[in-house]
Design a protein around this ligand. Structure first.
Ligand code: DOR
Ligand code: ZN
Length: 351
């Protein structure tokens, strides 16, 4: 039913940062209690590059959860200039790797090991195209001459489109799209191209970063854009087009690393991601399409079945954000707080 209560297939998160060590232990439960599966980003320091490193990281994630917890982390490989096609391919074929993440070197948090020359990775892309292994792209150029708000649109033109022409069979996800240009590009593609959209890019435009002063907890990469871009993202998410699906990009950082001279990029939304997206679909009058966006379209792209259990949300009064911060060691991590109210809460299916 629409309105006050909705029951949907358990959602998945197709883009998640779980970190490691004390941070991992403090935050993994927020995602694991709601989402069936999550694509886990490999941008640790040092990054997750080989099947053996992914196996070890997966074991650490499982160890941070109660024994037998059904949450399924889906591991990814971090692309480097010297990535070995056979190693990556073997990791996909034996099931430890679900995809490869491409960070242009210098584009974002922990991307220093990323790709400096697209020519260097051609053999890996050719292998991935052959075996059907998805490439997940952080789509921003790092050219300092390009304005930070234009970096996604320029990436599509300079890098993504030429790459997709060279490897037409390569399955690609343009991660955390933030612009009209990205939405239009995905819509116009013949096939094999999907895009994740984050809860925060559906809820804030770039003014949120500056409202009343500089607000570092609204800063992420790609940075939020103008309002017209946010509206295009909402329309794409709510359209029912299965090429667009949820990737929260929940990216926790200790408060002291955000509130400083040069604060780092990342918004931690795992505790309220699904509630925020429910709010957006409610506002868009697209409640009947929520399940497609959060629980079906991503699984379809990755060739998986939707989850078999369900989750129930209810509309109440006020926000459900469980506290405004999570404690990690001697610091805290702020939870995403949209400027507009979120009245949806999860009432059953948490685990
Ligand atoms: O805001 C971001 N934070 N964007 C990214 O691409 C990386 C992420 C992180 O790992 O903190
Ligand atoms: Zn990310």
């Amino acid at each position: 039913m629409t309105g006050e209560r909705i029951e949907i297939v358990r959602p998945d998160d197709w883009h998640l940062h779980l970190r490691d060590g004390a941070m991992l232990e403090a935050i993994v439960g927020f995602s694991a209690s709601v989402f069936g599966r999550a694509i886990v980003m490999p941008n640790l320091v040092p990054p997750v590059r080989t099947p053996a490193e992914a196996e070890a990281y997966l074991a650490r994630i499982r160890a941070a959860l109660p024994d037998g917890h059904p949450f399924e982390p889906l591991m990814t490989a971090y692309m480097t200039d010297d990535a070995d096609p056979d190693d990556i391919g073997a990791g996909f074929e034996n099931g430890i790797f679900r995809a490869v993440k491409l960070y242009p070197a210098g584009a974002t948090t922990n991307s220093a090991f990323g790709v400096t020359r697209m020519e260097a990775i051609r053999p890996v892309l050719a292998k991935m195209e052959r075996i059907g292994m998805p490439l997940l792209v952080h789509g921003e150029v790092v050219d300092p001459a390009v304005d930070v708000f234009d970096r996604e649109a320029v990436y599509i033109e300079r890098v993504l489109d030429p790459m997709r022409r060279d490897f037409p069979g390569l399955r690609v996800v343009l991660e955390h799209v933030t612009t009209v240009e990205a939405v239009d590009y995905v819509r116009a593609a013949d096939g094999g191209l999907g895009a994740t959209i984050t809860p925060h890019h559906l809820m804030i435009d770039r003014n949120a970063i500056f409202r009343g002063g500089i607000r570092p907890h609204m800063y992420c990469l790609p940075v939020a854009k103008r309002e017209r871009h946010r509206l295009a993202l909402r329309a794409a998410a709510a359209s029912g087009d299965s090429r667009f699906f949820l990737g929260t990009d929940s990216a926790p950082h200790p408060r002291r690393d955000k509130e400083t001279d040069c604060g780092c990029a990342g918004i931690f939304n795992a505790p309220n991601a699904l509630q925020c997206v429910a709010q957006v679909f409610d506002e868009e009058g697209a409640f009947d399409r929520l399940e497609g966006f959060v629980s079906r379209a991503g699984a379809e792209f990755y060739g998986m079945e939707p989850n078999s259990d369900r989750i129930v949300l209810e509309k109440g009064v006020g926000s459900e954000t469980p506290g405004e911060a999570v404690t990690v060691g001697d610091d805290t991590v702020r939870v995403f707080e949209p400027d507009t109210p979120v009245s949806w809460r999860i009432v059953s299916g948490l685990r």
